[in-house]
Design a protein around this ligand. Structure first.
Ligand code: AMP
Length: 118
């Protein structure tokens, strides 16, 4: 069940502010409030999706395509094409997803080290 009171739902509705990087009809990208790297931007689809599995199962093709185009556009707007970046989507309990609205972290601005801490 999607929680309409989650913090990203409130950001999408404009009820709380965000440091916006990019927005179109499919997605909103904004800087993480607690950055873990010099560049730490979040991107969320405009729709009530918690996880990658419910997004890909339930979203219309136009939104799926539009969202992933917006991820690339955000990376370009951040100027990350040359030096690269990492995308992370934490889904569910094992991945410690804190906010139950699907989001990708876009991390860059330094060498990010190993993919997982051990
Ligand atoms: P996750 O653990 O993958 O669910 O990540 C949730 C992320 O949302 C964390 O990196 C938080 O710092 C970030 N976050 C929480 N509240 C806000 C907010 N109001 N604006 C921007 N980022 C937020």
């Amino acid at each position: 069940m999607y929680d309409q009171q989650n913090i990203f739902a409130k950001i999408l509705r404009g009820e709380i502010p965000c440091d916006k990087i990019y927005e179109d009809q499919y997605a909103l990208a904004f800087n993480d409030i607690n950055p873990q790297a010099p560049v730490h931007t979040l991107i969320i689809p405009k729709g009530e999706y918690i996880s990658m599995d419910d997004f890909t199962e339930g979203a219309p093709d136009e939104l799926l395509i539009g969202f992933f185009r917006a991820v690339g556009e955000t990376a370009r707007q951040l100027g990350l094409e040359k030096d690269g970046y990492r995308l992370i989507a934490n889904i569910g309990t094992n991945a410690h997803q804190d906010v139950p609205h699907l989001h990708f972290h876009i991390l860059s601005g330094k060498k990010l080290g190993p993919m997982l801490s051990r």
